[in-house]
Structures are given as structure tokens and as C-alpha cells.
Ligand binder design. Structure first.
Ligand code: KG4
Ligand code: ZN
Length: 365
């Protein structure tokens, strides 16, 4: 099966061409299950467009998607014509939400157009962006001589060695803790009541006059600061629920900056490190508590913030201590991309869980 996937929910325009292969690759951790090969992915990042504004400007994002999509498709098709069974596409997986609706519509209308004009036999699979992140942990790289790209292995069946699992999905728009009984069966244990973790990173970065997106900038500064320098609060750390809250922490940073206006330039690293420490402590503690409570065999980490090395290290260490697997995609599949949409679209198609082909900005997981 050959899948063309389209992602336009926020500030990345991405198209990927992914194939399922009959034979699962050898030596793979999730051996014996159907596998995918990533033939090609192109991501047109809009970071430079939005950077002067300090965040994503929806109208600019929409315009960029509109301009980028046909260009990316031409590049992808050039490759498609060079591979076997010329031009055949079986599924077109397109993100329908959550995200910025004008941006989502660009992807949806484009999917409809190319189905009509280029691939009339293809089936459009409306795909949930959060499922893309949720299933991204299945993207494990391994060597395959025939393919220049990466291969991934997945299954929509139960994987007894990995489940139940606790998944922490942390992005710019979401902070969700999930209990997964299998790839298909999962439920939300908790989520943020206000800002998402990535949003808090971005907002704090803006207070520190760091460029957008703030997450990687804060992480860079945090490499050399003192994490105990400033005792920022750990919101909801001891709360019984699995919910999160990051807006108080963000405000605490703001007050700290106001109160120490004269000196804060000198300890930017300490502020970044102390903020990161507070955020990661809450994320790690709640994930770990859920893992123990539900006897989970794996901890799964996903979403843009999962690119943060300190967070990865923290969850990896804790997993090791309790003998659980730690599963998380390569960093390049944590931020928004189209490969994860192909994987989620394929699983959605197999499960026959059809979503409406229309933009839904607040689509839940
Ligand atoms: O998943 P994503 O690409 O987009 C959404 O679906 O929201 O996540 C983007 C978020 C941004 O808030 C960005 O600052 C954050 O992920 N992020 C990071 C890092 N890299 C990206 N946060 C902390 N540390 C990082 N290294
Ligand atoms: Zn995302």
C-alpha cells in the first residue's frame, strides 16, 4: 500500500510518501509485524516567516501552506515516477485537526484536488494530528540495504510486551497523559488545564527575548545554568489528578523578571534551567506515578517537546529504574511532520475509524 500524507495543522507544510511492505524488516524490535518504508518526506518550515511576530500568525501560515503544497507535491511526484507501479497512490492521509482551521482547510482542499486530478483511485483518510504524535513512537530507524530512507514497523494489534503503556504527549498545543492498553485502545488520564508545556516554553522564551520557537532556545540556555538557582513552583505536582497546569509557572517567571529587572540579564541561563527543571519535574513525576499505578510495561514520549534531551533523559532514566521500556521516536519525528500522519492514517484506515473530511480545530484525541 502506498500512502501520500499531508500535514498543515500549524506552521509546517509537510508531505510524505510512505509504503507499507509485506515483509517486516529483520532485527527490528517490533519484529513480525507489518512495516512501513519512508520513501520521501519534505517539510517546508515557516519558522522564518513567523519569527518576527514572536509566534504563529494564522493568516500568514495559511498563505504559506497554499503556496507550498503544490511545490512540495511536484518534488514528491518526481520521485514517485521513478519507483515501481508508476504513479499509484492507495491512501491520501490528511490532517483534519486539531490545529488552525484555515491551515487545516488548505491541506484538506489540496487532498481533494489531487485525488480528483492525479489519483482518482486513492482513498482519502481524514487523520487526527494527535494520533500522528501518539503513534510516532513506532518510527524506529534501522538499516535496510534496499531503501535509502528509514523503515518503520507498526501494528494495530496488541503488542503484549509493550502494553499497557503510559504515553506523555507534549506539544505546543497539548499536554496529555494517556493509558494505552494497545495501539487501538487507550484513554486519557489527564491533560493540561491551561497552557500546554510547549506553549509555556514559548511564552517564557518570549519574556527572555529569545526567538520563536522558544523550546529549543530555552533548552540550549538550560545546558549551562543552575537548576536550583530559582525555586519556581511545580504546579499540581502533588495533586491527585493526572492533570497539569503551566500558566502559574509562566507567571512566576514573569514576576521573577519584574522583581529582578536590573540583574536578570546576567543569569539568563539560571532562569532557563530553573524553569525547565520545574516543568520537567512535574511531567516526569506524573508520568512515573501513572506508570506505577497502572503497572505499565512502557513509557512512551511524543510531541514537539519530546525533542527536549533533558526530558528524554529524565523519562529514560526513570523507565530504567523500574524496568519499563522507554519508547520515543527519533527527534526529527517529534515536531510536526507528515510521516507520522501517514502512520496514523494507515492505522485509522485499518481500524475503519472514519472522521469527517472537514477541519476541526479542537478535535480531541
Ligand atoms: O508538536 P509540535 O511540533 O507542534 C504542535 O503540535 O504543537 O510542538 C511544537 C512545540 C513548540 O512549543 C516548541 O517550542 C516545542 O514544541 N519544542 C520544544 C523543543 N523543541 C520544540 N520544547 C522544549 N524543548 C525542545 N527542545
Ligand atoms: Zn503537533
Amino acid at each position: 500500500m502506498r500512502i501520500l500524507s499531508i500535514e498543515t495543522s500549524c506552521d509546517e507544510t509537510a508531505i510524505a510518501l510512505v509504503e507499507t511492505s509485506a515483509e517486516p524488516p529483520r532485527g527490528e524490535a517490533l519484529r513480525g509485524l507489518p512495516s512501513f518504508s519512508i520513501k520521501k518526506q519534505i517539510i517546508a518550515s515557516q519558522i522564518e516567516t513567523h519569527r518576527p511576530w514572536g509566534g504563529v500568525v494564522p493568516n500568514l501560515a495559511k498563505r504559506e501552506h497554499q503556496e507550498n503544497l503544490p511545490k512540495l507535491l511536484v518534488k514528491i511526484l518526481r520521485d514517485l515516477l521513478q519507483v515501481q507501479s508508476r504513479g499509484r497512490i492507495d491512501l491520501i492521509a490528511v490532517t483534519v485537526g486539531p490545529g488552525l482551521e484555515p491551515c487545516l482547510w488548505q491541506g484538506i482542499e489540496f487532498a481533494k484536488k489531487i485525488q480528483k486530478e492525479n489519483f482518482p483511485k486513492a482513498k482519502i483518510v481524514p487523520t487526527n494530528h494527535l494520533h500522528g504524535h501518539m503513534y510516532s513512537f513506532l518510527l524506529t530507524q534501522h538499516k535496510n540495504n534496499q531503501l535509502p530512507n528509514y523503515s518503520i514497523t507498526t501494528s494495530y494489534h496488541k503488542l503484549p510486551n509493550y502494553f499497557p503503556a503510559i504515553q506523555l504527549l507534549v506539544s505546543g498545543g497539548h499536554t496529555i497523559l494517556l493509558l494505552m492498553e494497545s495501539l487501538a485502545k487507550y484513554r486519557k488520564l489527564g491533560e493540561t488545564r491551561d497552557d500546554a508545556a510547549g506553549e509555556a516554553y514559548d511564552k517564557v522564551a518570549r519574556m527572555l527575548n529569545l526567538p520563536y520557537p522558544g523550546g529549543p532556545e530555552i533548552e540550549k540556555l538550560a545546558k549551562t545554568g543552575n537548576s536550583n538557582a530559582i525555586p519556581f513552583p511545580r504546579p499540581m505536582l502533588h495533586d491527585k489528578s493526572y492533570d497539569f497546569s503551566f500558566s502559574g509557572l509562566k507567571t512566576a517567571v514573569l514576576y521573577y523578571l519584574k522583581n529582578t529587572a536590573a540583574s536578570h540579564k546576567t543569569n539568563l541561563n539560571d532562569i532557563a534551567t530553573s524553569f525547565q527543571e520545574a516543568t520537567l519535574e512535574v511531567l516526569t513525576a506524573k508520568t512515573l506515578r501513572a506508570t506505577k499505578e497502572y503497572g505499565a510495561k512502557s513509557i512512551i514520549l511524543s510531541g514537539g517537546v519530546a525533542a527536549n534531551s533533558a526530558l528524554r533523559r529524565s523519562l529514560q532514566n526513570e523507565s530504567k529504574k523500574i524496568g519499563a521500556n522507554f519508547l520515543s521516536a527519533d527527534k526529527k519525528f517529534q515536531g510536526d511532520n507528515a510521516v507520522m500522519i501517514a502512520v496514523a492514517g494507515y492505522i485509522t484506515y485499518q481500524r475503519k475509524k472514519t472522521l469527517p473530511l472537514k477541519a476541526n480545530g479542537t478535535l480531541d484525541i
